[in-house]
Write a protein that binds this ligand. Structure first.
Ligand code: GDP
Length: 221
């Protein structure tokens, strides 16, 4: 049997893009940062989260997606990034910003603690509909990205790859990163077939990312 064909996501339909734009440019509020599962809000609505290596461009992408300047703190200091940051998207969706992984300077104990939290969260949050895994379009997936994808396979949580900083690499390098991502995803049963290619700088791919997140509202639970 053939697996899914992985490819770049098409542009969303205009109505879907418009509805998603309204959702993300409408009321979006930071709810809280939590350090344990019991701090999370009730699992009473669909939820998605964003995961990625430190410096992948996650905070910048969250700000661009919601057209806010400083909704997500663009801070790479390990002490400030250990929390799961929860955002309320129009009272209809929870968006969770996971701590960046692979931060070389973080103490081993800290890394172990946040890895445990990420693992518990990914496996144990019943309303989690999709994880957006951010990958730098200059480099393609790194070993630590495979580790997080393995976790999601085991937890049977659907995840979608989002290539970031698409304005940075040369076209050939960018194409290579897309190909490497396609090859990587083929090895992960929990991977969603469409890859998003985004740039917070140019706005490329943001309508498709918003539409992908908003589509979770329509999914049966
Ligand atoms: P985080 O650690 O994943 O939250 O990463 P940040 O959002 O702090 O981004 C890391 C660095 O990449 C910052 O210097 C950003 O300005 C830069 N960056 C993020 N997104 C983009 C993008 O789309 N294009 C370009 N050219 N730079 C970006």
């Amino acid at each position: 049997m053939n697996g899914p064909a992985f490819a770049l996501a098409p542009e969303p339909e205009p109505e879907a893009a418009e509805a998603a734009r309204k959702l993300f440019e409408g009321p979006v509020d930071f709810l809280k940062g939590v350090v344990a599962m019991d701090g999370l809000p009730p699992a009473d609505r669909p939820e998605f989260c964003l995961a990625g290596r430190s410096n992948v461009g996650k905070s910048t992408l969250i700000n661009a997606m919601t057209r806010r300047r400083a909704l997500a703190r663009a801070s790479n200091t390990p002490g400030r990034t250990q929390e799961l940051n929860v955002f309320d998207i129009g009272g209809r969706l929870w968006m969770v910003d996971l701590p960046g992984y692979g931060f070389a300077k973080a103490p081993v104990k800290t890394v172990a603690r946040w890895q445990a939290l990420i693992r518990t969260y990914l496996a144990g949050r019943p309303n989690l509909r999709r994880v957006f895994v951010l990958i730098d379009s200059r480099h393609g997936p790194k070993p630590v990205d495979h580790e997080i994808m393995d976790l999601m396979d085991r937890a049977a949580v659907s995840f979608q790859a989002v290539l970031t900083k698409a304005d940075k690499p040369k076209a050939a390098d960018r194409d290579r990163a897309v190909e490497a991502t396609v090859a990587a995803l083929a090895r992960h049963p929990a991977a969603f077939p469409e890859i998003l290619l985004t740039s917070a700088e140019t706005g490329e791919g943001l309508p498709a990312l918003r539409a992908a997140a908003a589509s979770l509202l329509d999914q049966a639970s």
